[in-house]
Design a protein around this ligand. Structure first.
Ligand SMILES: NC(=O)c1ccc[n+]([C@@H]2O[C@H](COP(=O)([O-])OP(=O)(O)OC[C@H]3O[C@@H](n4cnc5c(N)ncnc54)[C@H](O)[C@@H]3O)[C@@H](O)[C@H]2O)c1
Length: 245
């Protein structure tokens, strides 16, 4: 079945754009949600002959999320796969972390997936089949000291994955998380990857290369596969072997 409908958040850039392109290449009907302009993603998918709907919405805005999810389901005739990818990963020394920083990170990285998944679930339940995929991070295993708020938010997403898997498993819906290591996106290049960050992380890996967005695609497609119905509640670490768990 290649005609499943997939919604990817944070689809304008980085991993989200790569995931949209890969899902569309499988013949799936894909929608991307982002606060940013989605025309780059739209162009890549159109060039490959795929179907894409871009929707501008903020994942932390409950009514915008509900309207966006309804629009996607109406446009594509249902919804089956939700990839909660939108997120931010600032490095902030713990004692300099303001309450506003903390709340901003939790809102986007944790409330966003909650709101998007809650809005999407009625469509997945109606289809009797679904895949929810949450982008967490290898930081949940490594605990970098300058990313306490980010690590906490992504560890929350691991708990969300485990508990939600039990809540929806009876309806043919799986819930899993993917934990990338430091991956070369434009945002990572500007932030944690800058000043030798990629080289430092590569030195911790057993795979001697910088992780690229395409290195995460096979795991996403595996989790979303028709044959992966027995895989649920799991966090799959794809970080070149830095963390082993
Ligand atoms: N790149 C890495 O090294 C890395 C490593 C581990 C985990 N991750 C996780 O993977 C995900 C994607 O990372 P990336 O590097 O591709 O990021 P990115 O910054 O390239 O892309 C994130 C996208 O989310 C969008 N976005 C931001 N706030 C939003 C909001 N409120 N509503 C809707 N969209 C919003 C941005 O506009 C952007 O297009 C994040 O959740 C990140 O935490 C990334």
């Amino acid at each position: 079945m290649s005609d499943r409908v997939a919604l990817v958040t944070g689809a304008a850039n980085g991993l989200g754009q790569e995931f949209c392109v890969a899902l569309a290449a499988q013949g799936r009907r894909v929608a991307g949600l982002d606060v940013a302009d989605l025309s780059g993603t739209e162009r890549r998918i159109a060039d490959a002959g795929g179907a894409f709907l871009g929707v501008r919405a903020d994942v932390t805005d409950p009514s915008a999320v509900a309207a966006a999810v309804d629009e996607v389901a109406r446009h594509h005739g249902g919804l089956h796969i939700v990839v909660n990818n939108a997120g931010i990963y600032p490095s902030i020394p713990f004692e300099e972390t303001t309450l506003d920083d903390w709340r901003r990170i939790m809102r986007l990285n944790l409330e966003g997936p909650f709101l998007v998944t809650r809005a999407a679930l009625p469509y997945l339940r109606a289809a009797g089949w679904g895949r929810v995929v949450n982008l967490t991070s290898a930081v949940v295993f490594l605990g970098p000291p300058d990313m306490v708020a980010y690590t906490t938010s992504k560890a929350g997403l691991v708990g969300f994955t485990r508990a939600l898997a039990g809540a929806v498993g009876g309806d043919g819906i799986t819930v899993n998380a993917i934990a990338p290591g430091l991956t070369r996106t434009l945002t990572a290049e500007r932030t944690v990857g800058a000043d030798g960050g990629f080289e430092r992380v590569r030195g911790l890996q057993v795979v001697p290369a910088v992780e690229e967005p395409r290195d995460l695609v096979s795991t996403l497609l595996y989790v979303c596969d028709e044959g992966s119905g027995f895989l649920s509640g799991q966090t799959i670490n794809v970080d070149g072997g830095s963390a082993k768990h």
